[in-house]
Every structure is written in C-alpha cells, then in structure tokens.
Design a protein around this ligand. Sequence first.
Ligand SMILES: [Zn+2]
Length: 62
Amino acid sequence: MHEQGEEEPLPPATTTGEHHVTLTERGPFMAPRCTCGWYGPARRSRPLARSEAAAHMADAAA
Ligand SMILES: [Zn+2]
C-alpha cells in the first residue's frame, strides 16, 4: 500500500492542551506545524517529522 500524503492529523495521543500538530506536505517534504504557532523543519522522512512533532509536544508539556 502506498501512502499518498495530504495534510494528515496526528493521532489524538500526540495532542496536548492547546498544541495540535499536523504534518503538512511540501513537495517531497513533511513539515510539522502546531496550532500554537510552532513549526518544525521540513523532513523527507515522515516518521522523523512525526518524532519532531512529538518532541515539541514533550517540550510544551514540560
Ligand atoms: Zn505547540
């Protein structure tokens, strides 16, 4: 199965309080962006973009 990327909301487990990260596809890259205004660097690797989104959640929760 080949995943065609569009804007993909992360699972609820990664949503905390006012932080809701979505992965936005930019060409071959995935860029995580949060409702708080934060956005991560665009990555070719979706899992990496996800993990950076998770790291932002952890930072925000700390
Ligand atoms: Zn945030």
